[in-house]
Design a protein around this ligand. Structure first.
Ligand SMILES: [Zn+2]
Length: 549
């Protein structure tokens, strides 16, 4: 589909200015008004600064502009905002081995073997995306199995949730890991049955034992990965993200892109812990840089691990692993310490909490601190996946933002049932309940853990059914949200969650002209059609950054 730029020069100047006002006409525009209702428009005017000057309805008189572009009847929505993603992970993932589509161990080993053969120059084979649940393996894979695919170079592959890694024998050797290696606090070195020999999988904090042996990517490799991440995200209609766990090296890559004019994605950054926070920003959050494209907002704090690796911290033991309640990665005193440090500097904390005990402790810690640190804090809990129903009202009581990922619900429901048991899921992925109790929802993808595709997220949010339409009618369907709430979660509410309201997220006059042209109406499409939405063009700050043609 060609989308011709009908560059009608109306201005009498001989040379066109670098930026000029543009009318994008003939669109079916949709946005969320301040009151949460859908507003429709047919044209949008962008000013010289790449901001929205006006949105127009059919009856409004069209202003004279330097350029006019015909939207050819495409649907225009605000640029999508992903409230929880790992930007460099997406980029590095796009450049490394991806096992997320493998459905058996043998298929994965074949893919690893091929990738190693195609990438002979790489001293380490790195990748991610494996999932022993999806393989139907019923256990973690082993180093010996990985050796069957590659035995001449070290291999290290992260699990789909990023909370465990799988090494071959050479990689363990390079990291100096043997039977005498102890599991660190907050982590577990898997052992071979009946032995102390490491089996090849490293869970949560034990991953660091392997990670330190892997050569860090060089700055030019990071720049390549970042460019790739921007490309991937724009192709899905995403114009802004909250980057969860920004390191100083990530930040420097974002800054290099900003300095050279290559930064097209808006990034609300949350530092990977308090030390990185201070390294990046010093005593206060950074200002908005590069025309609202980059800001260090706050700090990401890992309170527990993930459900898949039984690292999520639960109040009661796992139904499928009695005696195991998971791991607090940050103890209660340390959590409060970090929160105070962040709050004193006006940094926004974003606490990763998956299990019931982690969510309870995060909510209690916020409740305690909210008294000493009043004002507009926008405390965030990331994931908030399994919350004890008695704790849910605390979201509303303290204006806490639940930053949730609709696709996690559809991907993880069977696992959640296995890990928790069917009778302990009343507060699981409780989107509508949290809204009903006065909490606020910001939606995201957790890419690269899941695909960054926000249309899959929107479809899951309004149906609680997966791509195959399972389970029919939706899983715990009372916790669906409506379409307005779903779209707001991926636009205006995700911007609010990062203190970016008024800058982007709604396409209101004065905001940055970040928008997406798509091929169908997300308010009217069936869930299946919504999921299959095609992004035609993505614009950031009044400039086209992606064109499907
Ligand atoms: Zn994440």
């Amino acid at each position: 589909m060609t989308r011709k730029f009908l560059a009608a020069m109306i201005a009498l100047t001989l040379a066109a200015p670098a930026q000029a006002d543009v009318l994008i006409d003939n669109v079916e525009g949709i946005t969320i008004g301040e009151d949460g209702t859908i507003q429709r428009f047919t044209a949008l005017v962008i000013d010289d600064d790449g901001k929205v000057a006006q949105i127009l309805s059919a009856k409004d008189k069209k202003p004279q502009t330097d350029y006019r572009e015909d939207g050819e009847g495409a649907v225009m929505i605000p640029g999508l905002v992903d409230a929880h993603a790992h930007v460099m992970g997406i980029g590095i993932g796009a450049l490394t081995l991806d096992l997320s589509d493998t459905t058996s161990l043998e298929e994965a080993l074949d893919k690893i073997r091929r990738f190693a053969a195609e990438n002979e120059a790489r001293p380490w084979i790195l990748g991610r995306g494996w999932n022993q649940e999806k393989w139907g393996l019923g256990r973690f894979p082993t180093a010996a199995e990985l050796d069957r695919a590659v035995s001449d170079r070290p291999v290290y592959l992260q699990r789909v949730d990023g909370h465990a890694g799988w090494a071959n024998s050479l990689a363990m050797q390079a990291a100096g890991i043997d039977a005498s290696t102890k599991s660190p606090a907050g982590g577990r070195v898997e052992r071979l049955p009946g032995s102390q020999a490491p089996a090849g999988v490293f869970v949560d904090a034990a991953e660091a034992l392997m990670m330190r042996a892997i050569p860090a990517p060089r700055p030019n490799e990071r720049d390549l990965a970042f460019a790739e991440a921007q490309k991937v995200l724009h192709s899905f209609g995403i114009t802004a993200v909250a980057d969860m766990g920004t390191s100083i090296e990530d930040w420097q890559a974002f800054r290099r892109a900003g300095d050279t004019g290559a930064l097209t994605l808006r990034i609300m950054a949350y530092a990977a812990g308090p030390d990185q926070m201070e390294l990046i920003a010093g005593a206060r959050p950074s200002p908005w840089l590069y025309d609202d494209k980059l800001r260090l907002n706050g700090v990401k704090i890992y309170l527990d691990g993930a459900l898949g690796s039984r690292g999520a911290w639960l109040k009661r033991p796992y139904a499928d692993d009695p005696g195991n309640t998971g791991l607090p990665l940050t103890g209660p005193a340390k959590l409060r310490n970090i929160l105070v440090r962040a709050a004193q500097g006006n940094f926004q904390p974003a606490i990763h909490a998956i299990g019931t005990a982690a969510n309870e402790d995060a909510l209690n810690a916020i409740a305690e601190l909210a008294e000493s640190f009043p004002g507009d804090r926008r405390w965030r809990i990331e994931h908030a996946q399994i919350v004890d129903p008695v704790d849910l009202p605390k979201f509303g009581q303290h204006g806490i933002i639940a930053s949730m990922q609709p696709v996690h619900q559809t991907s993880d429901r069977l696992m959640a049932e296995a890990r928790l048991g069917a009778d302990r899921l009343d507060g699981a992925y409780a989107w509508n309940t949290i809204l009903g109790l006065g909490g606020r929802l910001a939606f995201g993808s957790d890419a690269p853990v899941e695909s960054p595709d926000p249309f899959a997220g929107l479809a899951a949010a309004v149906t609680r059914m997966d791509a195959a339409g399972e389970p029919f009618g939706g899983w715990r369907a009372h916790d669906r949200v409506n379409r307005e709430q779903a779209l707001a979660g991926f636009t205006s509410e995700a911007a609010y969650a990062g203190f970016a309201e008024g800058r982007f997220g709604r396409l209101l006059p004065g905001e940055r002209a970040d928008f997406v042209l798509i091929d169908r109406d997300p308010m009217l499409a069936s869930p299946g059609e919504l999921r299959a939405t095609k992004v035609l063009e993505t614009w950031v700050g009044g400039r086209k950054v992606y064109d499907a043609d």
